[in-house]
Write a protein that binds this ligand. Sequence first.
Ligand code: IMP
Ligand code: MG
Length: 177
Amino acid sequence: MITLHDKSFELFIPAQDIQNCVQHLAQKINADFESKQVVFLSILNGAFMFTADLLKHITIPCEISFVKLASYQGTKSTGEVKTLMGLDTDLLNKHVIIIEDIVDTGKTLHAFLPCLKPTGAAAVHICTFLTKPTALQYPLTLKYVGIEIEDRFVVGYGMDYDGLGRQLDALYVLANN
Ligand code: IMP
Ligand code: MG
């Protein structure tokens, strides 16, 4: 059990299981994009740890870029997506792989994808570490998914509860009490 602010969280996915899953995802991407010009586009803040771990196992030539989007406050999505740091990389004719920590309602990526339309990217794919299938409210095609979880609030591995918990190397879930 760990405590962040006023809430208790229990261990959900151990660090080693996460690493195995991330390595597996990287192997699939290496195989699928062998001879393509790839740009990984990491969505900050949450995806920083997943991005770093995933990219250590990527063996194809690639670029990495970051944008910073925000939609969450506390343990709930606000429904409004803000761009706090925008795109600064040329994506023309490149294969973009968006890296997310978690796709919850899908609102963040649904709002962000149209921003990539004018870039002339050859294709845009989504790679997310986690997804909550029952919470999804927007049509999104998730090409690479690490782990599907039920609709519960999690922290760790880049994800936070009001700013805390991002540095944890395992995933923790809000305790039911
Ligand atoms: P969406 O727009 O509802 O899909 O939410 C996407 C963003 O909300 C993710 O990239 C996370 O940063 C954050 N988020 C969603 N679910 C959780 C959670 O269970 N814990 C922490 N952050 C979350
Ligand atoms: Mg995120």
